[in-house]
Design a protein around this ligand. Sequence first.
Ligand code: GRF
Length: 212
Amino acid sequence: MSDPLILGVLASGRGSNLQAITDAITDGSLQAQLGVVLSNKQEAPALARAKAQGIPAYAFDPKDYPSREAYDTVLLETLQAHQVKLVVLAGYMRLLTPELVGPYRGRMINIHPSLLPAFAGLHAQRQALEYGVKLSGCTVHFVDEKMDHGPVIAQAAVPIQADDTEFSLAERILIEEHRLLPQVIQWFAEGRLSIDGRVVRNNTDLDIGVKK
Ligand code: GRF
């Protein structure tokens, strides 16, 4: 058996997507290993979740660094020191510089709570409600230099209900996030994903002849 894919997760907040990843590893549906969890916030619950499970977890305060590039260089060195092969942005609320994106191009993914390219940026659920769309959802995509912009790997749709609030919509989208993110990581681990310009192909040919 090949070595498990080593993940590095960047998270700024609650960490429910991090939890979904660790749950999927525990139940065997995701063949990967958490190498390190990093945050820009010392108090991020995501860090506490990681530490509680014995996963190396560190906060780096942006104020301690002279530039965004210097900050991202430290993140890069930490990810590399932990042999991270796939970086997962799970609620990481900072823009990345080319210093970090470049070395992990094609090996860094983000989850966003809308059907991109609609409603990039902050408060995606509120944006969807205010715009009046009838369908929103979540997107997992490869990361490039622009925010919420790289090639789309997978999306899940969530219908909007007439009485939805930002909170109720976020809750229903989150259920899909927790399903989709570990699934995409497993596809990556299986070597199924290839990038062709903006288009990500999911090589389901691997399924031919394989009995489930
Ligand atoms: C999720 O909605 C994710 O899509 C967005 O930030 C939120 C993070 O939630 N990028 P959590 O910290 O994983 O609970």
